[in-house]
Ligand binder design. Sequence first.
Ligand code: HSE
Length: 438
Amino acid sequence: MFNFFRMGRIFVGMIGGGTVGGGVYQALCNNGGLITSRTGVEIILKQIAVKAFNEPRPVSIPESLMTTDWHNIINDPEIQIVVELMGGTGLAKEIILEALSRGKSVVTANKALLAAYGEEIFAAAEKNQVGLYYEASVAGGIPILRSIKEAFVCNRFLRICGIVNGTCNYILTQMNENQSDFETVLKEAQTKGYAEANASLDVDGHDAHHKITLLASLALNSWIKPDSIYIEGIRSVTLADLELSNKLGYSLKLLGSIENRGQDKSSAKIQASVSPTLIPLNHVLAKVNGVFNAVSVLGDVVGETFFYGRGAGQDATASAVVGDIVDAAINTSLKTPHRLPPMWLGAKVDLVAIKDITSRFYLRISGTSETAKDFQAILNKNNICVEQSKNLNSEGTIHFSVITQTLSRAKISLLLQEINKLSGLLNKPVAYPVEDFN
Ligand code: HSE
């Protein structure tokens, strides 16, 4: 039996008592004793700021713990850690900057805020020599940020790619397995507490884009501007795309990817994107279904590693938030609140411009047999080499797909402009990258 040095009590204030806030409250109530027995630190959740006392909540919180004024938390000198779970990029930013300026450490799950204002917020943590923890902002319950930052500290990252939006993965899985329609499955994801308040953040790829921005910046030691990362969501994915991908030997997933295409260590050339992507059926990422997330990390020392777990939902996210609260509490107790900077910034990174990102591509049109012939004529005229092709026929419509040789995004976008002009199209033609993990 180990005898822990008792580090005492650390008081925590939380902003937000909704799905994740309720999960954090519940996890601390149920497992607070376990945390103390493992770390020597006793975490006291002193106050929770909410919009209104009588709002419906997935987990009920005693009224005595709640306040409707977040200033009560920021102004309380006993509270050393502020947990921001309200979301959004307005008031949440103000609260975080205020907490940091008062020397309080901050725990947040707010990926949209960090992707938009990360540089300013990380600088504020640095200036005030306090901690900023954001494990829950990427891939829910999977400890991917801590692994990249601490466990893999001796690695240069050659490739990080993953399924980082639970809602999109849930939608694509349900569509593929049950032939369900997009809108019905999206409603289910919202009911289960996976989706963002504004579902466009999920289905249009923004949420995954925020997470890839943070992962890329952390892995590359440099703030990667969000607009240098290609983004495309899943709105144009049809049941035919899912079936055709399977027939071609792939699974179609919303994949975030950061790849070093440089020839050696001194010439890193990074291409980063979020896009529906074809993944070989025999690759482990192709088997990640439902709300689960997974991230594959290839480091120059460790080789390939794989992380898998729930990417959204009350308890998975709460687990990551509580892990950060405990880390912050230990660091605060030991008087090293700024033990590690939230992110190392300042390295020079050679990013491939979006138009120059290259890949093999899956192209699909849906229309009449005449449309399919005209599509083939465009491919021939543009010297597109068809490596594989498959088609589906249903109710007089032909869904025709090909996989091309390696092309740039600039070339693909010109091709799509031409293909979009074809007559007889049933819906929008699509072009998605094929990831071969070479
Ligand atoms: N809406 C997000 C998702 C929540 O579906 O992944 C977790 O970040």
